[in-house]
Ligand binder design. Structure first.
Ligand code: FES
Length: 350
């Protein structure tokens, strides 16, 4: 037939050895399936983020994408469930002698399920208004047995000061109040499998890390991150969040797309025992890679040293310390000052 573009895939005997394979046929990617004694072919590119379908696996009659698990019927190309509107281009196959051929001209067009873009996929723009500061408290906490947190107390001190004396808008995000998935490690499959918005934000309605993405990428000019020291490191919740922020950094590496622009980060690190500098240093390295700037003296810390095992005294010390509260206020002042000079003339700041 006119417009057909038959491509020789090779000996049938060899192709029969694999249930599913990824084939580069000229300029077309093909997912070739061999099941129940017959071949079928669809586009090898997933509708979601172009994952290589032929490198996935089969579940019954469905090809499962290796990146995030979308499924497509091997013959119809329709996404699961079968009446789902999304559909892959299908390609016809034929045998000639001992060889299998695929028609590179697809039988149908790729169809996408119509849906509005994810809110996080919108253009990054700063809304006019006062300097906005998002505080992120990363301390894990037992919700039933509430207790005092030294890092959160100093973070609240800084935010109150910014709001009441420096005319900034503030918000406090407590990571422990969010319910979010651990990073799926999609980057480890393929750098392009780590997407913006994060795949979990796109597909898991119960995943509330969007609140952090909204604050970091869209809302805030300054972020203040507070962490306790746990065994010489930032809190486990901090790391759980940080791994999920890989999708922000990855946009720079893969697409040269900077989601963080003209923003400032500063840190509050407290612990009964030592390691303030190492914790702050690690956090600064990570946030610099996301694209944040730092003010002069970008962190404040407190610890009573390695030998201090008396945590109750540590809490009393922080509660009573006017010096630490002054430090928290000065930290946010430096961060705001840095933010003002970054935003400068290009933005309208109240
Ligand atoms: S599920 Fe295929 S690229 Fe995401």
């Amino acid at each position: 037939m006119k417009n057909e573009r038959w491509f020789d895939l090779g000996p049938i005997k060899k192709l029969k050895k694999h249930k599913l394979q990824h084939i580069i046929a000229g300029d077309v990617l093909i997912a070739l399936v061999y099941k129940n004694g017959e071949f079928s072919a669809t586009s090898g590119e997933c509708n979601h983020a172009k994952g290589p379908l032929g490198k996935g696996h089969m579940e019954g009659d469905y090809i499962v994408c290796p990146w995030h698990g979308w499924q497509y019927h091997r013959k119809t190309g329709h996404a699961k469930p079968p009446n789902y509107a999304a559909c892959l281009p299908r390609h016809s196959v034929k045998t000639k002698g001992a060889h299998l051929f695929v028609n590179l001209r697809p039988q149908n067009r790729r169809a996408y399920f119509p849906h509005p873009p994810h809110p996080l996929a919108r253009k990054v723009m700063r809304r006019p208004g006062p300097i906005r500061i998002a505080g992120i408290s990363t301390t894990p906490m037992n919700k039933v047995l509430k207790r005092y947190s030294t890092s959160e107390h100093l973070l609240e001190t800084a935010l109150n000061h910014a709001r009441s004396k420096l005319k900034a808008e503030t918000k406090l995000i407590k990571l422990r109040d969010l319910r979010f998935n651990h990073c799926g490690g999609f980057y480890s499959i393929d750098e392009k499998a780590c997407t913006w918005p994060c795949t979990f934000s796109q597909f898991d309605e119960k995943d509330t890390l969007s609140e952090v993405y909204e604050a970091l990428v869209f809302w805030a000019d300054v972020i203040l991150i507070a962490t306790p020291i746990r065994w010489g490191s930032a809190s486990s919740l901090y790391y759980k969040m940080a791994e999920r922020l890989n999708c922000i950094e990855n946009q720079i590496m893969v697409y040269n797309k900077r989601l963080i622009k003209d923003k400032v980060a500063a840190f509050i690190v407290t612990g009964g025992q030592d390691n303030v500098q190492a914790v702050a240093g690690q956090m600064m390295t990570f946030f610099s890679q996301l694209g944040f700037f730092f003010p002069r003296e970008p962190f404040m810390g407190h610890s009573r040293g390695w030998a201090a095992e008396d945590m109750n005294n540590n809490v009393e010390y922080v509660k009573a310390s006017s010096e630490l509260r002054v430090e928290a206020k000065e930290l946010v002042e430096r961060a705001i000052s840095m933010s003002r000079s970054l935003l400068g003339k290009r933005h309208k700041i109240a």
